[in-house]
Design a protein around this ligand. Structure first.
Ligand SMILES: [Zn+2]
Length: 454
């Protein structure tokens, strides 16, 4: 499955301008990102609040975009490159004006960057892909689904800023257990999930107590994940109106969340874990010890799936409308002695009403993408968990630049590199890592700007 074995760039007739792909991967990537997604223009629209900066906002944004794409590990590691011709060319400058500044310049630029302008860069890429019909086929049931989940990339006992969240944790110090303050930043992230590719859609921070809308509240606590998730959900729907289904974990099968989903005219597939909570409690009572309503053997996955499905439950008092509950019990057909796994899902909305119980299970299991393709890869392969700048505005601006890089690389692989995509197989991570390595090798030899595609 490695793309290297197949070796060739495939042009995609449905994509305007995609026929100008050259030899090198980095050059091809920049050409594709510019021609199809207007990357240059997008980076040029990023703004910041610095007064008369010597290094333009465009350079700051472009340098950090490539820092993310090429997985450069820190601002210190990036700093020498800012004076090297190949990197200056990569950013689209001739080098006649001198270098691209220092790590401090980039850090200052990030702190002052207007988040809405850099968010717009990333949003425009996904919106353009949608207009180019990249997502036309949809996912399960031809639907467009996205997952939301909480994510905590950064925590520290020492370094903190004025927007850190704080918690008390017990740690061992010098043979004694003591309670100390731990500082962290937590976000809710949304990701488009699909069998072919996953795209980062949006990110919203959990706000500390003194920044909560309407004041700190009676408890003086920072806001909960669901509050940030609802803010995010509304913005996601406003930005990407074509999304139909939100998939979420066991924190969310509650009335207030499902009500917002309903107000936004979306559907939800939410994991339910607490047997005693409605509407799962009622569904379990109705099913009793009865046998499954449907038994499916999935030969490919080597599993047997027993399914229970129950519609029109109205026992969740905080939600006004019918709720469907699906339970699936999965047994390995290869190793039947292994304990089975049970999934329970709370389902709302018209669109998901058309899904079979097995498809509901498929969507719930697809939530795994945000943890694996998203958080796990961003932390282990990309540099999302490195503190490039400890400043709430700077971190968020940087995540948006990294999202743009992640999404463009995903689209490039799926649309332009042959034999990647539908059958992306298990080696997708390695394939991407090798592509990035190749791009880094190419950077060292870059003798003219890849932006000159005319
Ligand atoms: Zn902080």
């Amino acid at each position: 499955m490695a793309y290297r074995a197949e070796g060739r760039i495939q042009t995609n007739p449905g994509e305007p301008g995609a026929d100008t792909i050259g030899q090198g991967r980095l050059r091809a990537f920049v050409g594709y990102a510019c021609k199809v997604f207007g990357l240059r223009k997008g980076l040029e629209t990023v703004q910041d609040r610095r007064q008369d900066p010597t290094i333009s906002t465009y350079v700051v944004a472009a340098a950090l975009f490539f820092c993310g794409l090429l997985r450069i590990r820190s601002l210190n590691a990036l700093e020498p490159k800012l004076r090297e011709k190949p990197f200056i060319r990569l950013v689209g400058r001739s080098g006649k004006e001198g270098g691209l500044g220092s790590a401090d310049t980039l850090s200052r630029g990030l702190r002052q960057m207007k988040v809405a302008t850099v968010r717009s860069l990333s949003e425009c890429i996904v919106a353009k892909a949608e207009r180019n019909k990249v997502f036309r086929e949809g996912w399960i049931g031809a639907m467009h689904a996205f997952a939301i989940d909480g994510w905590e990339p950064i925590s520290s006992y020492h370094r903190h800023c004025d927007q850190c969240l704080v918690r008390h944790v017990r740690v061992e110090r010098g043979g004694e257990v003591v309670e100390v303050e731990q500082y962290y930043h937590r976000y809710v992230v949304s990701m488009l999930i699909d069998e072919r590719f996953d795209m980062a859609l949006d990110i919203e921070p959990l706000l500390p107590a003194d920044m909560r809308p309407g004041g700190a509240g009676k408890d003086g606590e920072h806001e909960g994940e669901q509050t940030a998730a609802i803010r995010l959900l509304r913005r996601v729907k406003r930005t990407f109106g074509w999304l139909e289904v939100v998939v979420a974990d066991g924190l969310y099968p509650n009335g207030p969340f499902l009500t917002v989903v309903k107000q936004l005219r979306m559907s939800a597939v939410v994991i339910a874990k607490k047997d005693g909570d409605e509407p799962l409690k009622e569904a379990l009572a109705l099913w009793g010890k009865g046998p499954a309503q449907q038994v499916i053997v999935d030969e490919k996955a080597q599993e047997q799936i027993e399914l229970w499905d129950c519609r029109d439950l109205r026992t969740l008092s905080t939600y006004d409308g019918p709720i469907r509950v699906v339970r699936a019990r999965i047994t390995s057909t290869e190793q039947p002695q292994r304990p089975h796994r049970t999934w329970c899902m709370v389902v709302t909305g018209a669109a998901t009403g058309r899904l079979t119980a097995q498809s509901v299970l498929g969507m719930a299991r697809g939530r795994w993408h945000i943890e694996n393709t998203g958080f796990h890869q961003w932390t282990t392969l990309w540099r999302f968990a490195h503190v490039f700048v400890h400043d709430a505005n700077g971190m968020l601006a940087l995540y948006w630049l990294f999202f743009a890089a992640f999404n463009l690389l995903t689209l490039f692989l799926y649309r332009q590199v042959q034999c990647y995509g539908r059958d992306r197989g298990k080696n997708v991570t390695r394939t991407i890592s090798r592509l990035v390595e190749e791009m880094r090798d190419e950077l060292a030899r870059l003798d003219h700007s890849p932006w000159d595609t005319s």
